[in-house]
Design a protein around this ligand. Sequence first.
Ligand SMILES: [Zn+2]
Length: 398
Amino acid sequence: MSLALYRRYRPETFAEVIGQEHVTDPLQQAIRNGRVNHAYLFSGPRGCGKTTSARILARALNCERGPTPTPCGTCRSCQELARGGSGGLDVIEIDAASHGGVDDARDLRERAAFAPAGSRYKIYIVDEAHMVTPQGFNALLKVVEEPPEHLKFIFATTEPEKVIPTIRSRTHHYPFRLVPPTVLREYLATLCEREKVPVESAVLPLVVRAGAGSVRDSLSVLDQLMGGAGPDGLTLARAITLLGYTDATLLDDVIDAFAAHDGAAVFSLIDRVIEGGHDPRRFVADLLDRLRDLVILAAVPEAAGTGLIDAPSDAVERMVAQATRFGQAELSRAADLVNTGLTEMRGATAPRLQLELICARVLLPGAGDGDRDLHARLDRIERRLAGDAAVPAAPAPR
Ligand SMILES: [Zn+2]
């Protein structure tokens, strides 16, 4: 079986880590300036490069031609710490999720006193550091407070606030963040190229969405799609079915029906959603995402060019037209209704009914909350006056 993409393309240098320049640049500069701290805290969401960067930092510190921000890659230490290398004796990775106890920390403290076996530093990478118990941290405190010259700590965690303050204050804290969609999409595109797998342009935004800003999750989705790809590579049709997304044309049709206040069309589309075997919750979540994009396009027409909207250009054109037809106030009102509906759908026993009720509320203009409904009504009246025959008269307010 082939090695997972995430492992095969795991970065070996800071330059290869994507979307974290705000962290990797100052970190490299600190190494260049010879201002290396003895303890680091890498925080941030899962799967965006904390542990990988910790390994790269270890490699940078222990390179025989270092410490250097650009490890040579050829010395013994660099080779041991390379992707697929043996790891070396002096870089010790601890997963605190399985070693949370105080005994391990005591043991670690005793072993940490010994000089490194063959490298400049002995480096402990403590993954999932928030799982270390308070007792564990207290046992570690002494070595983190007054570490021997040869000792470095890198703590990686999704929850930095759970690392006790006395430890945290001894570290240099580098917050990692989710990778922006455009950066992630370009990265995935280069991987497809390197893997020589053709990919339809609309597929990658879906992968990015499924991965929700995590490089690891996005790569595992891409892996799965590549695994099931035929000779045409990654096709949109297959990606939609595999990832369970709602077909964009279905969303287009529903939005058009809402904009035209065509109840018959809306409810027959719901029927199509259910008959097509789609999960109603998924559909509502996707509808909300679409409304979000439209709200933004209505407020910021050039949003697609600035990366606020992540969609292929033909889709953006369609959405701009939809946003105009809908009107800003109505869009925002519809998004609110769908958002509330989605929350209420959690745990609902009759999701189809819920979906129908949400749509009924969106179709009903001005169901009674103040100014915004009035704006929505005005939007519609203006569009009627402008000669848009598709807009029926709003029912009179009660
Ligand atoms: Zn080296």
